[in-house]
Ligand binder design. Structure first.
Ligand code: HEC
Length: 104
């Protein structure tokens, strides 16, 4: 019985760190070119979140060269970053957390 409680507590604590990991992925791979709400080299996460779905964001991270064309950019300046599927999910959730409230 005790071991079951221990395992559940462990699993719960894993889940609650999901948001924090998205921030870590951002600081490791994206920060030089994207900021949360200010324009840097690339668009800010708040702007991305207001116009893209999770699928579109994940597609852009996986294949920036192909997907930036679909998004209407004339030139691609974002490198292909080697993220694990887990890191991709976490950074996508992190970006979407900047979706402006009350906007479309
Ligand atoms: C070397 C600079 C650079 C790095 C590093 C970078 N980006 Fe980008 N990103 C850009 C630029 C510039 C654009 C604008 C489109 C283009 O040039 O292809 C862009 C565009 C995007 C877009 C699409 C914007 C739109 O119109 O919706 C997403 C999503 C995105 N980046 C996510 C990320 C994520 C997540 C990371 C980190 C894992 C990251 N980028 C790292 C430069 C970068």
């Amino acid at each position: 019985m005790r071991i079951i409680i221990l395992i559940s507590v462990f699993l719960l604590s894993l889940e609650s760190t999901a948001g924090a990991d998205g921030k870590k992925v951002f600081e490791t791979y994206c920060w030089g070119c994207h900021h949360q709400t200010a324009v840097a080299f690339g668009p800010p996460f708040s702007e991305i979140a207001s116009k893209r779905s999770a699928e579109e964001i994940e597609a852009m991270i996986t294949d920036p060269e192909g997907v930036s064309k679909i998004f209407g950019y004339k030139r691609n300046a974002m490198p292909t970053l080697k993220l694990t599927p887990q890191e991709r999910k976490e950074i996508t959730a992190y970006i979407l957390s900047f979706k402006p409230k009350g906007g479309k």
